[in-house]
Design a protein around this ligand. Sequence first.
Ligand code: RB5
Length: 149
Amino acid sequence: MKIGIGNDHSALELKAEIIEFLQEMGHEIVDYGTNSPESCDYPTYGEIVGHAVADGEVDCGVLICGTGLGISLAANKVKGIRAAVCSEPFTAKMAKQHNNCNILAFGARVIGAELAKMIVDAWLNTEFEGGRHNRRVNQIMEIEEKNSK
Ligand code: RB5
C-alpha cells in the first residue's frame, strides 16, 4: 500500500520508527513532513496528508502530533477524511472495521513506539466490514456534505 505520513515537531523520532516498521511490512511511504525539530503548527501537516488521501495520491494516512488530537482534527476538516486517534489496538481495529477510517492518528507524547506499531498493524490489517456499517459511514459523510458550503 502507498501510505502518507505527517507529523509535527513532537513526533520526529516516533515517525522514523513507524516509517521503518511500515517499510519492513512492504509498504511505500510518502513522508509529508515535518522533518525539522523546530516548533511548527500541526494543522499544516494534517491538511496536507488529508488532501493526499482524499485526492488518492496515497491509499491512506498516518498522522502523529503530541496527542494525535490537533493533527487529526485538522485532517478531519478535509472533505472525505475520517481520521481517528487511537491509543490502543482494539480501537484501531474498530476504526477500520466499523468506521472505515482512512487516516490513523496517535500521540508521540502518549504512547511508545512498540504500542504505536501494534496500533498501526491492527489498523492496516483489518478490513472494513461494510453492511450496516456502510450505512452509518455514509450517514457521517452526508453530514459533511450537508454542512459544506
Ligand atoms: C504541540 O506542542 C502540541 O500541541 C501538538 O503536538 C499536539 O499535541 C496538538 O494536538
